[in-house]
Structure formats: structure tokens, C-alpha cells
Design a protein around this ligand. Structure first.
Ligand SMILES: Cc1cc2nc3c(=O)[nH]c(=O)nc-3n(C[C@H](O)[C@H](O)[C@H](O)COP(=O)(O)OP(=O)(O)OC[C@H]3O[C@@H](n4cnc5c(N)ncnc54)[C@H](O)[C@@H]3O)c2cc1C
Length: 270
């Protein structure tokens, strides 16, 4: 069981951040769904539930998702779903069950950077940034690769584009962790394809600073991306071997790209 010697519920992210700087061994509390599995005593628990981070806000050019927004809110927000082609509804619908998704948070999912994360895999394919109370705003890719130290994640920002986007995963059993997942999103004329649950962290394969895959790619160009996917670093765990993942990844990528390409492009203003 996880125990806290002291438990606080600050009113603002700044206050939470300052408490964290004063006590570097403190634990930030999101939905507690992952943390509750731990068996330890933490000196201080900083609960973010009063910090006003539980809203999905729309601006002219982006969606600002508060860290305490639950996976359930993400799944059910119709305007956000229309603006992102339903990729998050697809990414979260197999995570445990409705009650669980009504508690687990976006902030906990992104900050923890778990290898199997379906949410991180989907976010990486879109034009996404993270906002941290200490470090400010940064693109999600370096954050996912390197993480942050003693920061409070306040928002995930998804920039609006005329997306086509889809998520695909393979699970050994319904509601189990993904044994492999992939997301594909086309924006600003090129495809952004991610592969996760390798079981290492999701990684971007095409788009951004990676090799480009044009919107109207030829079959040979998609073949080249799939070949590249075979060359990723895979590992073995309870859910699959590295060899199995290497073989399945190209098919999963083709599935995600085909599903995204079959969707109408999202309106920028959903
Ligand atoms: C049984 C089980 C099955 C799961 N299955 C899946 C699955 O299939 N797919 C999937 O994608 N995910 C899955 N998850 C992960 C889940 O979706 C959440 O990502 C996870 O529970 C973390 O979210 P939380 O809100 O519970 O965070 P918490 O447990 O509260 O925190 C997790 C970590 O993040 C830190 N943290 C939380 N919020 C912040 C913040 N705002 N700023 C800084 N640090 C913060 C905490 O200190 C802690 O280290 C599963 C989890 C469990 C327990």
C-alpha cells in the first residue's frame, strides 16, 4: 500500500510546484491509479485535484488539455474527437474499463511515459506540446525521450490541423496492456507514424525530424517506412517477443495508416 506521511491539496499549479521544490522526494498525485499499486511510504503527497486542471479548453489554434482531465473525458469530448478524428476514443477505449478511465488522468499518463501507453503513442503522432509549471512549454517528443525532473505537468496542448488520424493496437486479451501499438496522423502534408509498446516507449518513425512520408505516398514509400519499422529496437516481455513485435509492426502501421486515410480530414475549427 502507498502511504503518505503528509498529504496536501494546493489550489494552484504554482503552489504545487513550489511544494515539490521544497520537498524533492514528494509525490505528485494524479488519478492515483498507477501510484496506488506501489508499496512504500512517501514523505509528502501533492494532490493536484484542486488546481483547476480538469478541463479541455479550445483556443483558436489548439486544444489545451488539463493534466487532471481523465481518460474518460478525453474519450467522450465530442468536439475534441471531431477535431482529432476520434484517435483518442480509439486509443483509450480498451484501457481497463469505464470506471478506471474516469479516474486515470492524462497528466499521469504522459508524465509517467510508460512504454505501453496508448495515450502517449497517439499524442506523439499529432502536433503536441506539454506544458510544465517549472520548465514551460516543450514539444512532446523530447519530453517523452528525456522526461522532466521535479516538474508539475499542467497541460497537454494539441495544435489544430486538418488531421486524418487513427490508432491501432494488438492486445492478447481485451483490456490487457497493448502488446504493440501504432498511431498514424497526416497533417501539414505528411504522415506522422508512431510505434509503441515495443515494449519500450513509443517512438516517432516518420514526420518531424524523422524521414518524411508524403500525404500521397506511393506503395514503395510506405514499404520503405514498414522496413524502417522492422529495424526499430524491440524487446521481449510477457506479452510478446522482440521477433514477434518486429514482424507485426509493419502490419499494424499499414492498418493505422489505412484507417486514418479512410477518414475525412478534420475541420480545423471542429
Ligand atoms: C491496471 C492498469 C492497467 C492499465 N492499462 C493501460 C493500458 O492498457 N493502456 C494505457 O495507455 N495505460 C494503461 N494504464 C495506465 C493508465 O492509463 C494511467 O496512465 C496511469 O494510471 C497513470 O495515470 P494516473 O492518473 O493514475 O496517475 P498517478 O498514478 O496518479 O501518477 C502516475 C505517475 O505520474 C506522476 N504524476 C501524475 N500526474 C502528474 C502531473 N500532473 N505532473 C507531474 N507528475 C505527475 C505521479 O507522481 C506518478 O509518478 C493502466 C494502469 C493500470 C493501473
Amino acid at each position: 500500500m502507498l502511504r503518505f506521511e503528509k498529504y496536501v491539496r494546493p489550489e494552484t499549479p504554482r503552489e504545487a510546484y513550489e511544494l515539490l521544490q521544497e520537498n524533492r522526494l514528494a509525490t505528485v498525485i494524479g488519478g492515483m491509479m498507477w501510484l496506488r499499486l506501489a508499496d512504500r511510504t512517501a514523505s509528502l503527497g501533492i494532490d493536484l485535484s484542486r488546481c483547476g486542471l480538469d478541463k479541455i479548453e479550445e483556443t483558436d489554434d489548439a486544444w489545451r488539455i488539463g493534466a487532471m482531465v481523465t481518460l474518460g473525458q478525453l474519450e467522450r469530448h465530442e468536439r475534441f474527437a471531431a477535431s482529432t478524428c476520434g484517435i483518442f476514443t480509439e486509443a483509450v477505449r480498451d484501457i481497463v474499463g469505464t470506471q478506471f478511465r474516469n479516474l486515470a488522468t492524462v497528466g499521469g499518463s504522459v508524465y509517467a511515459r510508460m512504454g505501453f501507453s496508448d495515450i502517449v503513442c497517439a499524442l506523439l503522432a499529432l502536433d503536441t506540446e506539454v506544458e510544465l509549471e517549472g520548465a514551460g512549454v516543450m514539444p512532446i517528443i523530447p519530453f517523452t525521450e528525456r522526461g522532466a525532473r521535479n516538474d508539475v505537468l499542467t497541460h497537454v496542448i494539441v495544435r489544430k490541423h486538418r488531421y486524418q488520424a487513427a490508432f491501432a493496437s494488438v492486445r492478447n486479451a481485451a483490456t490487457d496492456f497493448s502488446a504493440l501499438n501504432a498511431a498514424a496522423a497526416c497533417w501539414q502534408g505528411s504522415w506522422h507514424v508512431t510505434v509503441g509498446a515495443r515494449p519500450k516507449k513509443a517512438t516517432l518513425l516518420t514526420g518531424g525530424e524523422r524521414i518524411p512520408l508524403r500525404r500521397d505516398f506511393s506503395p514503395a514509400e510506405l514499404d520503405a517506412v514498414c522496413e524502417l519499422a522492422e529495424g526499430l529496437d524491440y524487446g521481449s516481455d510477457l506479452r510478446g517477443t522482440a521477433a514477434w513485435r518486429r514482424q507485426v509492426a509493419p502490419a499494424l502501421i499499414r492498418r493505422a495508416v489505412a484507417a486514418a486515410a479512410a477518414k475525412p480530414r478534420a475541420e480545423k475549427e471542429a
